[in-house]
Each structure stands twice: as structure tokens, then as C-alpha cells.
Design a protein around this ligand. Structure first.
Ligand SMILES: Nc1nc2c(ncn2[C@@H]2O[C@H](COP(=O)(O)OP(=O)(O)O)[C@@H](O)[C@H]2O)c(=O)[nH]1
Ligand SMILES: [Mg+2]
Length: 199
């Protein structure tokens, strides 16, 4: 799939402020700093579209990007950022669960995890919550350029074993590097297939 136009549409503080209408949405979620905004920029080929930050915990809003006037990429706030108040954390967490469980336009959620880390409790809990609620999702391993291909492969295999402890079937899995533009074609073709099924 080729993306011709990608434009920032709006930032929403709650799900009620998200765009109306029926255009399908593909959303990115994951821990703060995992590479959500970088992935939005890499997929759309627009380096400054979503704000990338060295400092975690920056995006506290739901950002909608309109793609080819036909569907949305959605950059969700990061979860699990410790250095904010408990109140603020509960607010994000409500925002995220509201979006993930209630947003009817959401076709698929991409859960981003850092390819270098062993499975993290917070991600596994989140993934299990998605599975239990029947939310369609895929897993995107990020920052693969920061280690060798063998290490990435073995970390992904370890992740799959971890998920198999709970789930018989696994979601689609993508290995990516926003730096090296890896995984781009796989994700875009996958989105295209989903679009043709949900349109
Ligand atoms: N080497 C490398 N760095 C990345 C990659 N993706 C993101 N980063 C860096 O990780 C940091 C956080 O990225 P960002 O996209 O803002 O993460 P977000 O908080 O999940 O939106 C930034 O310093 C990025 O430059 C990647 O694929 N490779
Ligand atoms: Mg971000």
C-alpha cells in the first residue's frame, strides 16, 4: 500500500472528542518511549508528523492522523510511565481503556514492545486484557536496529513462548525499526488487508 497524504487531524483528551464518522482506525499503544510516534512517522514517511521525544510521558492525548482521506492512524498516550502523579496515571489509563474497549471505529490495535527487553509484566497484562476482551490486535517489536538480527529473533521467540503460556493462538507479530524503515511494508500490507475486510 502506498500512502499519499497524511495529515494531523486532532488531539483528544477523551474519547468523546475523537473524530465522528465511520472511517476505520489503526491505533498504536505501548509503554512511553517505546517508539509509537516514530512508527507513525516512519509509516507515513513524514518525519515531523508525530512528535518524537527523548523524554518519556509526553503524549497525553489521543492524536488522530488522517491517511489518504480514508482511514486514521491513531497515536495513543503511553502507559506505564511512573514519573507522573497517581491521579494523572489513572486518567491516562481510563483514556486508554475507553478508547481500546469502546471505540467502534478501531479496526486494529498495534501493541508496541521494545524488542530488546524480556517480556514485561505491564505489557503482558495489557495483552491478556485485550485477549480477554476480544480486542483485535497485533504486536510490533520496536527498535530492532539496536541489536543483531539473531538477538531479535531469539527475543521474539521468547515472547511467543511467554504468550503461549496463556494463549493457544498468537496475534500477528511484526519486527520493526523506525530508524532503518524495517517492517514498514509488512505493517502497511497488513493494514491494507484489514481495511478491505472492514470497509
Ligand atoms: N534506534 C532507534 N530508536 C528509536 C526507534 N524508534 C524510536 N526510537 C527513539 O526512541 C525514543 C522514543 O521514541 P517515540 O517515538 O517518541 O516513542 P513514544 O513515546 O512511544 O511515542 C526517541 O528518542 C526515538 O528517536 C527505532 O526504531 N530505532
Ligand atoms: Mg509519542
Amino acid at each position: 500500500m502506498h500512502i499519499h497524504s497524511a495529515i494531523f487531524q486532532c488531539s483528544s483528551q477523551k474519547i468523546g472528542q475523537c473524530p465522528e464518522g465511520t472511517l476505520p482506525e489503526f491505533a498504536f499503544i505501548g509503554r512511553s518511549n517505546v517508539g509509537k510516534s516514530s512508527l507513525v512517522n516512519m509509516l507515513t514517511d513524514k518525519p515531523g508528523l508525530a512528535k518524537v521525544s527523548g523524554k518519556p510521558g509526553k503524549t497525553r492525548l489521543i492524536n488522530h492522523f488522517l491517511i489518504d482521506g480514508r482511514w486514521y492512524l491513531v497515536d495513543l498516550p503511553g502507559y506505564g510511565y511512573a514519573r507522573v502523579s497517581k491521579n494523572a496515571r489513572e486518567e491516562f489509563s481510563k483514556l486508554i481503556t475507553d478508547y481500546v474497549l469502546k471505540r467502534e471505529q478501531m479496526c486494529l490495535l498495534f501493541v508496541l514492545v521494545d524488542s530488546r527487553l524480556e517480556p514485561q509484566r505491564i505489557d503482558i497484562d495489557f495483552i491478556n486484557m485485550l485477549g480477554e476482551n476480544g480486542v483485535p490486535f497485533g504486536i510490533v517489536f520496536t527498535k530492532c536496529d539496536k541489536q543483531g538480527v539473531n538477538q531479535t529473533a531469539s527475543n521474539i521467540a521468547r515472547y511467543k513462548r511467554k504468550l503461549h503460556e496463556t494463549w493457544e493462538t498468537l496475534p500477528p507479530i511484526f519486527a520493526t525499526s523506525s530508524e532503518k524503515r524495517e517492517g514498514r511494508d509488512q505493517i502497511l500490507s497488513f493494514i491494507e488487508r484489514c481495511l478491505s475486510e472492514c470497509e
